[in-house]
Design a protein around this ligand. Structure first.
Ligand SMILES: Nc1ncnc2c1ncn2[C@@H]1O[C@H](COP(=O)(O)OP(=O)(O)OP(=O)(O)O)[C@@H](O)[C@H]1O
Ligand SMILES: [Mg+2]
Length: 631
């Protein structure tokens, strides 16, 4: 029997033999340390020999767990508007396993210090993905992603946080579940009261209780939102306390193959591409100009789900058919605080680095390409190796801040692009979801765009309408705004999706009206009708077998709408909420009666959010920004 006392590492949680001075997993010093300055303490010492702090003065775990300032400001700045709202969230529970055992083996001070460090790691992991720690559960935490501030990718963020914590804290078991909560009072520390709908929180806790350390468990509700983005192991259906029906459980194994929601659409099978003839013509003529050596930049702008990625995908396919190559990079919602993530992706694509390439192979590809374009770049190779995560042990790069890295990369780019011009190489560069690029990446884009007019390049950017960037005001830049699909295109899409059975005719009309011609919303609602058994038959030849009194808005769409509404200025949000109660038709006399609109000096500022509101105006719950159904 292993009765040996294990000392958990305060940094990674690894259990070490009692005689160890340093953690055998991560090298952290294991001896007792002053809680104030970190200096080592010998047994029997009552005060720290370096700073004089009392050995028994326990630091507070909660004091180390502050949320980052930008998150606090964001939440507290709109606290009043957030309270009372329904939110789609993912709940994460993390709890240390064997804490009783630890408590028996360690003296209380050491235990306290270790738990403090654990709490700090937990909080940092949650905040890194913009979740909030809502509750301390003795040895663990309950965290929320998607509330108080809504995130359209709340489930992905929670899974990234779980993977991050799994790697940082080996002793912790974790459980996740997604569903709806109603936000209650929000405290100054961002903790909030909430009302869980349908056991949203209870099921997450149950998952944590079932999970083993290192193997986060999630319910089918979360799995549905992250399939493809993460590798999941299906554990089959299980009877879980709190759920009336058996629930499918999954283990979160690691990152998956898909990066964006459009990747998910492609994996599911794309519907027939409809409409967009005029928009495609704009891209085609920009391409022709760029092919003559006058570099062009086109910004494709539209609200979520309207079809930016699809248009670009079809355009890139047309380019490919003509033998014109392309490189792409994407912004991701949780990557806004990670410097240069999209540029890393772009550079890896540019150099043709594959997932399975060894470091050595990757370095060969980078060096081969860079030196081909400009032999003078030899000295900068270590910087590029380091940046792309394949440092050369024989030639390490000097340590650089993100800003210095940006300067160096801009310098390298300033030589690579002319190198390509000299060789007459033409490329289309697609930068998707620029609204999620971090600041350093934006600055890099600005620097790169200065060079584009003199190079044979077409840069296509996609972003949402609220994104504004000074760096886009260039002569070579043109904006291409996409409207939702309408008329013939919409009818064709619905025919392709649903088919022509008489039972679906009325449904197609209602879908058109309720989704405002947003193809993403249409596809998600149809998918939900298939999953709930209302639609039967093969794709494109469905029959409506159950009449649908209400078209439920799927959680994916609700999360997108809520995230957009939360980003509106408070006054616009209030107007939208009032409109949600009044409904689609607004009698003129009502106009001046609403307190929020009376305060407005101009007509209700709905225009910026008209699409988002097309599905929200039917809401009957007071202050609910994410409706659960539309009639
Ligand atoms: N013209 C179209 N014809 C057929 N399907 C379309 C069309 N435009 C978009 N779709 C489909 O609608 C879904 C959403 O489109 P897409 O991913 O391009 O939206 P988006 O504007 O890029 O949204 P986001 O801002 O969230 O990235 C996809 O499944 C896509 O295939
Ligand atoms: Mg897109």
């Amino acid at each position: 029997m292993g009765t040996q006392v294990e000392i958990p590492c305060p940094s990674c949680g690894h259990g070490n033999r009692a005689d160890r001075r340093f953690c055998t997993e991560c090298g952290t010093r294991l001896g007792r340390a002053c809680a104030s300055c970190g200096a080592p303490l010998d047994p029997g010492e009552k005060f720290c020999g370096r700073c004089g702090a009392s050995r028994t003065a326990a630091p507070s775990s909660r004091s180390t767990a502050h949320a980052p300032r930008h998150l606090v400001e964001k939440v507290l700045g709109s606290r009043a508007a957030l309270e009372g709202e329904r939110k789609q969230v993912t709940v994460l529970f993390a709890d240390v396993k064997g804490s009783m055992e630890l408590a028996e083996k360690l003296d209380p001070e050491d235990l306290h210090r270790i738990m403090d460090r654990f709490f700090q790691i937990l909080s940092e992991g949650v905040h890194r993905f913009e979740g909030t720690v809502n509750q301390y559960t003795g040895d663990g935490i309950m965290a929320l992603f998607g509330a108080p501030i809504a995130h359209e990718d709340h489930a992905e963020r929670a899974c990234w946080a779980a993977l991050h914590l799994r790697d940082a804290l080996v002793r912790y078991a974790m459980g996740l579940n997604s569903g709806e909560v109603v936000v209650g009072k929000i405290g100054d520390d961002l903790r909030m009261d909430y009302t869980a709908q349908g056991h949203t929180v209870g099921l997450a806790q149950r998952m944590e209780q079932l999970a083993e350390p290192g193997k986060p468990f999630l319910t089918e509700h979360t799995a549905k939102l992250v399939t493809g983005f993460f590798a999941l192991r299906d554990l089959g259906p299980s009877r879980v306390k709190g759920a009336t029906e058996p629930l499918r459980l999954y283990e979160l194994e690691g990152p998956g193959r898909l990066r964006t929601r459009f990747d998910v659409s492609r994996a599911r099978g794309l519907s027939r591409f409809v409409g967009r003839t005029a928009e495609m013509a704009v891209l085609d003529s920009a391409l022709e100009r760029a092919l003559t050596g006058r570099g062009q930049v086109v910004g494709v702008v539209a609200e979520p789900g309207v079809g930016k990625s699809r248009l670009c995908y079809e355009f890139i396919e047309r380019c490919r058919a003509r033998g014109i190559g392309s490189f792409a990079a994407h912004g991701v919602a949780h990557g806004k605080n990670i410097p240069l993530l999209p540029w890393m992706e772009l550079m890896r694509n540019t150099f043709g680095i594959e997932e399975l390439d060894s470091d050595d192979m990757a370095r060969q590809k980078i060096a081969g390409r860079m030196l081909l374009l400009d032999p003078g770049l030899h000295d900068t190779l270590p910087i590029m190796f380091e940046f792309l995560g394949v440092p050369d042990p024989a030639r390490p790069a000097p340590p650089l801040t993100p800003e210095a890295t940006q300067r160096e990369l801009a310098r390298i780019l300033g030589r690579l692009l002319p190198g390509r011009t000299r060789r007459g190489e033409f490329r289309v560069i697609l930068l998707e979801d620029v609204h999620w690029f971090d600041r350093v990446s934006e600055a890099m884009c600005a620097a790169a765009l200065e060079l584009i007019p003199d190079t044979p390049t077409l840069v296509v950017l996609t972003f949402r309408p609220e994104y504004e960037a000074a760096w886009l005001q260039r002569s070579a830049y043109q904006r291409l705004s996409l409207d939702p699909l309408s008329g013939d295109a919409l009818a064709e899409l619905l025919r392709d999706l649903l088919g022509t059975d008489p039972s679906v005719t009325g449904l197609a009309d209602r879908l058109c009206e309720r989704t405002g011609g947003n193809p993403f919303f249409i596809e998600e609602v149809v998918q939900a009708l298939i999953e709930t058994g209302s639609l039967e038959g093969p794709t494109g030849a469905y029959r409506l077998v159950r009449s649908v009194a209400e078209l439920a808005i799927p959680p994916t769409v609700q999360a997108v709408l809520a995230a957009r509404i939360d980003r509106l200025p408070e006054r616009e949000k209030e107007v939208l909420q009032t409109a949600a109660v009044i409904g689609r038709e607004l009698p003129e006399p009502c106009y001046g009666r609403s307190p929020s609109w009376r305060r407005a000096s101009s007509p209700p500022p709905c225009s910026r959010s008209s699409r988002a509101s097309s599905c929200t105006k039917r809401c009957s719950t007071r202050r609910s920004s994410t409706p659960s159904s539309t009639r």
